[in-house]
Design a binder for this molecule. Structure first.
Ligand code: 16G
Ligand code: ZN
Length: 558
């Protein structure tokens, strides 16, 4: 049969539910899993087009992150491991909403509009989280890929950042931009080896409890820890082979206790645990038995998000969120760069969103002396802005984030380390070694809970800090986030920083008037990109003022 006939026949096996409108949003398509069959099928078609267009491998991830177990979702990963280019989000939406009999027509329209190469063959790789609906949705994806004759690889269970890693590796293997081995094992080994080097003999202060949200992060973290056992030998053998003065690295002795690792009972995924629970409820998962001052962290359901926390005997629960990870990383990398001999020519910057606590922004600008850029909510916006720096640290307060290094910065670091003549002191060499180790520990494609966790562990070990010292670097302004149900969230249009409403003007005028009455007051309202609601954020110098300001601004938008 012709390709068109094959697509049509396959599309009919995955009928679109009538009366449903789908939208490719900030995190792809996401909803109740039983509505997604046709959507995933059509994402498969689009992945094939995108792959032929770019003459590269495209990734597809089936996950609904921190959502409840009955939900699922799907998103596309571009060749270097970035999120799908925005212009193609519209194609995804259009294809997902086409009537079954129009699927071929829309597919051909996109193909023509984008000048998709006819002579290239597509290649798509894919993975999924632990949700029970995953295998059935994968089957829909495979039907699409077979109908259009794309080759593909099923990586089965993966964290979202692993799929991003594998996509980049697939597209760069054997080139100067090679990113790592194209396998899960390669991912663990790369991280483990870099972690050992960056730790450089330092030991973490005490153990770490990791809450894996009963999601895919649990088995993956366990696999990583197993690989780490043998990685010390690997690193030391490589040193012996490559260097005339080989260094002997010690085991970093990372003591991890994994909790919430039940991926068999689907009902417990993200339930009373995980990064989203901890961040929104501002407390540890009830299942945690960690003691006072014990270092803890929580991943989300697909392990692309992480927050740290501990219990302070005097103050109670203390959250160390994305803002804290960003400030910790920026401060440490800034120090290392200076010790390694780099000056102002190495541009280090921090990217945040409007939700970043004002105290963290002030700390970065005033104490660290680094520039801060504010973008719209959503990883792709932050990531994009971060690539404008040589070293771009980006985090959303909710724990999505990573650090990106420009190719030029990477080359400069490696060259400096290789150039023995110019290394002035052992301290400089050690700073450079740590810096290079960090660039390999940190997932350059997207925020990664496992990799971010290793980054934090390296920094705390180097500083010999407990979470208490980390918490003391600055004091958060009291803040409140409220969700407001409105008749039509579409009328709320924010500016590029999402800190102000362009429309309705009247609402912004009222918000300004309210904010001016509070000391260190700041508040904004923005339409959610994932829910039918408006979110109001407020901060002020005291808890009661922050609550009060949030309530008043909520009343303005209501
Ligand atoms: C999505 C975004 C997340 C953002 C959240 C905001 C990605 C991978 N995820 O989950 O970064 O914080 O949306 O949700 O970009 P909201 O628009 O409902 O506030
Ligand atoms: Zn996630």
């Amino acid at each position: 049969a012709s390709k068109d006939a094959q697509i049509l026949a396959a599309a009919k096996k995955h009928p679109k539910p009538v009366d449903r409108v789908f939208q490719y949003g900030t995190a792809g398509f996401r909803m109740k899993a039983d509505l997604l069959d046709s959507v995933v099928f059509r994402v498969g078609l689009l992945a094939e087009l995108r792959s032929r267009k770019l003459k590269n491998t495209i990734g597809v991830m089936i996950t609904a992150s921190h959502n409840p177990p009955a939900d699922n979702g799907v998103k596309l990963v571009d060749p270097m491991g970035e999120m799908l280019e925005e212009a193609w989000e519209a194609h995804a939406t259009k294809l997902a909403n086409a009537r079954d009999e129009d699927v071929v027509k829309v597919y051909r329209e996109i193909e023509a509009k984008e000048n998709v190469s006819q002579s290239t063959k597509a290649n798509v790789i894919y993975g999924r989280d632990t949700r029970p609906s995953g295998p059935k949705l994968v089957a829909a994806l495979v039907d699409a890929l077979e109908a259009v004759g794309s080759t593909s690889t099923d990586y089965k269970l993966l964290t979202t950042p692993q799929l991003h890693y594998l996509t980049r590796c697939t597209n760069t293997i054997g080139t100067p931009l090679e990113y790592g081995d194209v396998s899960e094992r390669g991912y663990y080994e790369k991280l483990a080896k870099a972690f050992i080097k960056a730790m450089d003999g330092k030991k973490p202060v005490g153990g770490l409890t990791v809450d894996c949200a009963n999601g895919v992060g649990a088995p993956k973290l366990a696999e990583f820890l197993a690989v780490m056992q043998s990685a010390v030998t690997l690193v030391n053998e490589e040193e012996k082979q490559a260097k005339d003065e080989p260094k002997t690295y010690a085991s970093p002795e990372l003591q991890v206790k994994i909790i919430n690792d039940d991926i068999i009972n689907a009902a417990v995924l993200n339930h009373d645990c995980g990064a989203d629970f901890v961040k929104t409820k501002q407390r540890a998962p009830p299942s945690s038995t960690a003691g006072n001052n014990d270092r803890c962290c929580s991943y989300d359901g697909d392990a692309d998000r992480i927050v740290y926390y501990f219990n302070d005997p005097e103050q109670g629960f203390r959250l160390l969120d994305g803002d804290r990870i960003a400030t910790l990383a920026a401060s440490f990398i800034g120090d290392l760069a200076r010790e390694a001999g780099f000056g102002k020519e190495l541009k280090i910057g921090v990217v945040q969103t409007a939700y970043a606590n004002g105290a963290s922004t002030k700390y970065v600008e005033k104490t660290l002396g680094l520039p801060v850029v504010c973008t719209k909510t959503g990883v792709k916006h932050l990531h994009h802005a971060a690539t404008k720096f040589d070293v771009g640290v980006y985090f959303e307060a909710n724990g999505h984030g990573t650090v990106v290094f420009s190719q030029q910065a990477l080359d400069t670091f490696k060259k400096a380390l290789a150039d023995k003549e110019s290394l002035k002191s052992p301290a400089q060499k050690s700073a450079l070694t740590t810096l290079v180790g960090l660039t390999e520990v940190i997932n350059q494609t997207v925020g990664d809970a496992l990799s971010d966790m290793l980054l934090v562990e390296i920094i705390l070990a180097h500083k010999r800090w407990t979470p208490k010292e980390w918490d003391l670097t600055y004091t958060d302004l009291p803040n409140r986030l409220v969700r407001v149900e409105v008749a039509n969230r579409g009328i709320f249009v924010a500016d590029a920083t999402e800190r102000r409403l362009i429309e309705p003007q009247e609402a912004q005028t009222q918000i300004d008037a309210l904010v001016s009455k509070y000391s260190e007051g700041r508040s904004f309202a923005r339409a959610s990109g994932t829910e039918d609601a408006v979110r109001v954020y407020a901060e002020a110098s005291t808890r009661s003022e922050a609550d009060d300001l949030a309530a008043k601004v909520a009343a303005v938008v209501k």
